[in-house]
Design a protein around this ligand. Structure first.
Ligand SMILES: Cc1cc2nc3c(=O)[nH]c(=O)nc-3n(C[C@H](O)[C@H](O)[C@H](O)COP(=O)(O)OP(=O)(O)OC[C@H]3O[C@@H](n4cnc5c(N)ncnc54)[C@H](O)[C@@H]3O)c2cc1C
Length: 552
């Protein structure tokens, strides 16, 4: 059976809530509603639940690859995991962690790494550059202030009184001067950040690739905060992945949901949201069946798939339709899954083989070229490679029969207009993907000579494959819509609709396309459930109604 497959439930009778899409956010909302006593039904189009949180044997039988997300730190740190930990563990969830989370390798055969032990990391950076060690210490101080006082804002709805209080408390606790520094940091680009704190290209290259994990090229304002949060929290907590494969996370959620009375059906594609007047009352499936929902329909979908496909006939206002049509997606990504006979022989030394992630860029300037080419439709000459050494962190993935590499290629064009090297002539991802994967392996070969001979089998997922597998990954955008400032925070996904409601009564949305965005943080699923269970009038509603496009 496919990893993550669940047996179907029969759509008997009415439900309080229907959740469209069994991604981890949809399952999170379902868990909270079921726990509150609602009768909940989750409908997933694929044969397996999980969306971008899934694993499968795509190379060698018995080798379990994380197909999309691998690093589960955000889930481990989420309030959802804190609340449901015991139940999820009862249903098989556990994590494997690395205390060597991430390193970057360089053309001179050296590497710079971050260890779980902050003192060790600082000592290594000091060895590399005294000035960079001072920069690291100063930036760590800002991180600590942010984590202490402002990080909770990601777990509050926006706009809300709760968020306002969080900011006011931060001002009181950290002082105005520190908050001004934090505001600067949040608005900075990654290049502005690393140039301000570090001197050497190597230390800069430890931070900047994390911006590209979202959709921030080095020169995009607002890109600095994620690299700071990820780098220092990796230094404190390491990197965690799901023991036995990412599907075990979502299967544990399904197990718990069923225990709470919820139902889940796979291979159940919703083709239409049924409305009566301005109210959502149910859904229509690809097989023609309709299922009604008394209290809520929740879409774990991005705005395009939700409003343009499932509500194509609904009479939204021209302003709202325009906002939906103008929703911006980030550049594409591509996944290469390798089954290897043995660990790669890293030129920078055997210790590189212990790190959960190896970033191969190598430098900030390379990221800038790659990003500019991607958004311009050009296949980059030398993209950022995020090499996840999955089986090193979790040896159960191969049980000693070899190694797994998870390579995420960042960033790429959604539609190909040309090739920076002039070698790939096709403009179609289906025919370009293997040639481009060869370019990626050539790049890995420069840093880990002999890798080609180690490959038993590879599986490549192009941007087009990613979208076919999950309609939320429009154009192969792994983050379900750009996180640039104009489409983030209270502007995500659409200004005025950041609190999981839609212009249609009883229709809610959650998922990476909504605030606080991509990653396995489960937060939009959590906040969406709170909004449904706890809807209130007040300042938030006033603010929302004063800035959003009119619904009808
Ligand atoms: C290649 C890749 C690598 C990533 N790496 C990481 C990482 O290492 N760490 C991290 O934190 N994040 C990572 N991410 C991002 C993260 O995985 C996603 O942001 C997150 O999984 C989104 O979860 P979600 O619940 O919002 O929706 P999704 O995972 O998009 O799930 C939505 C579900 O809805 C289903 N669906 C869609 N349309 C319909 C329909 N009409 N009817 C029924 N079902 C439907 C889909 O099939 C899918 O299962 C990565 C993403 C990708 C693509």
């Amino acid at each position: 059976m496919t990893e993550g497959a669940v047996t179907g439930a029969s759509p008997a009778g009415d439900y309080d809530a229907i959740v469209i899409g069994g991604g981890h956010n949809g399952l999170t909302t379902a868990l909270y509603l079921a726990r509150a006593g609602w009768k909940v039904f989750v409908l997933e189009r694929n044969a397996q639940v999980g969306g971008a949180t899934a694993s499968a044997e795509v190379t060698v039988p018995g080798f379990i690859h994380d197909l999309y997300s691998m690093n589960q730190n955000l889930f481990v740190g989420s309030p959802v995991y804190a609340e449901f930990k015991a139940g999820l563990e009862r249903h098989g969830l556990s994590f494997a962690s690395s205390d060597k989370p991430v390193c970057s390798v360089f053309p001179d055969g050296k590497f710079l790494g971050i260890y779980r032990d902050p003192a060790k990391t600082l000592a290594l950076i000091r060895q590399h550059s005294r000035a960079d060690a001072d920069g690291w210490t100063l930036l760590h101080r800002h991180f600590a202030a942010f984590a202490r006082s402002l990080l909770p804002i990601y777990g509050t709805p926006l706009p809300s009184m709760q968020a306002l209080w969080t900011i006011l408390r931060a001002l009181r606790k950290e002082g105005v001067a520190e908050c001004v520094q934090l505001a600067r940091l949040m608005l900075s680009s990654t290049r502005a950040l690393v140039d301000e704190y570090f001197d050497t290209p190597e230390t800069k290259a430890l931070f900047a690739p994390w911006g590209m994990h979202l959709d921030f090229g080095p020169d995009v304002a607002g890109g600095a905060i994620f690299p700071v949060l990820e780098t220092f929290s990796d230094a404190e907590h390491g990197i965690s992945i799901v023991r036995g494969g990412a599907s075990k996370l979502v299967l544990a959620m399904v197990g718990l949901l069923r225990e709470l009375g919820g139902e889940v059906r796979t291979q159940a594609e919703v083709t239409k949201i049924v409305t009566r007047g301005d109210r959502a009352v149910g859904v229509e499936l690809a097989d023609g069946a309709t299922i009604s929902a008394r209290r809520a329909v929740i879409a774990n979908l991005s705005v395009g798939p939700l409003f343009s496909r499932l509500l194509a006939d609904y009479p939204f206002s021209p302003d709202f339709k325009r906002a939906v049509g103008k929703f911006r997606y980030g550049p594409a990504t591509m996944m290469i899954h390798l089954a290897l006979k043995a660990r790669p022989a890293w030129r920078a030394g055997a210790e590189v083989g212990d790190f959960a992630y190896v970033h191969i860029a190598p430098y900030v300037e390379d990221l800038a070229f790659t990003y500019a080419h991607s958004i311009d439709g050009i296949l980059p000459a030398s993209p950022l490679l995020v090499v996840g050494q999955t089986s090193v962190v979790d040896p159960t993935r191969t049980n000693g029969r070899g190694e797994i590499l998870w390579i995420q290629v960042r960033t790429l064009p959604a539609k190909i207009r040309g090739d920076a090297l002039g070698k790939i002539a096709t403009r179609d991802w289906d025919s370009a993907k293997e040639a481009y994967a060869d370019r990626v392996i050539d790049k890995v070969e420069q840093y880990a000579p002999g890798i080609r001979e180690l490959i038993i089998k590879r599986a490549v997922e192009s941007p087009a494959d990613l979208e076919r597998a999950n309609p939320n990954l429009v154009g192969g955008d792994s983050v379900t819509g750009s996180h640039h400032l104009a489409q983030n925070f209270l502007f995500r996904p659409i200004a005025g609709w950041s609190r999981y409601r839609t212009p249609i009564a009883n229709l809610y949305m959650c998922g990476a396309g909504t605030y606080p965005g991509a990653g396995n943080n489960a937060l939009s699923g959590f906040l969406c459930a709170k909004e449904i269970l706890n809807s209130r009038r007040g300042v938030a509603r006033f603010l929302r109604s004063s800035i959003r496009p009119s619904p009808l």
